[in-house]
Design a protein. Structure first.
Length: 135
């Protein structure tokens, strides 16, 4: 489709029209993996530089969290991305119907599944920064 060729031309240059859809999907998945690792790992400069958007006890950005009195409940990106992917299949959205966007989402989900088991928990104790040090 037009969107796939536009993205592949931007990412890979003039000869990108000859690259198979599988190769484009692998590149998009790798970019998704790298993007989510860079923006969600607590020790990266990109993550540390992001502002926090919080309404009362709900943190919306850069992570989806609920801050309780003694614990923080974290909804990880790798929990949400497969849901978005599953919902996008029956939808008739041009953006979500793109194999490159779906591959990007899949790369983000894979990145989350590959982090260590302790980092995949949903409940953290305060202070949260100390809880994230093991990553």
């Amino acid at each position: 489709s037009g969107f796939n060729s536009l993205v592949s031309d931007l990412l890979l240059g003039e000869g990108a029209g000859k690259i198979s859809l599988m190769a484009q999907s692998l590149v998009a998945a790798a970019l998704g993996f790298a993007f989510w690792h860079t923006t969600t790992h607590p020790k990266t400069r990109v993550r540390k530089a992001q502002p926090t958007f919080k309404i009362w006890r709900f943190e919306i950005w850069p992570c989806l969290r609920f801050h309780g009195r003694h614990h923080v409940y974290h909804i990880h990106h790798w929990m949400l991305l497969p849901i978005i992917l599953a919902v996008s299949v029956p939808m008739d959205s041009h953006f979500l119907d793109s194999s490159l966007v779906r591959s990007f989402i899949t790369g983000g989900a894979i990145q989350g599944f590959l982090i260590n088991r302790k980092a995949r928990r949903m409940r953290y104790t305060y202070p949260l920064e100390k809880s994230d040090e093991y990553r």
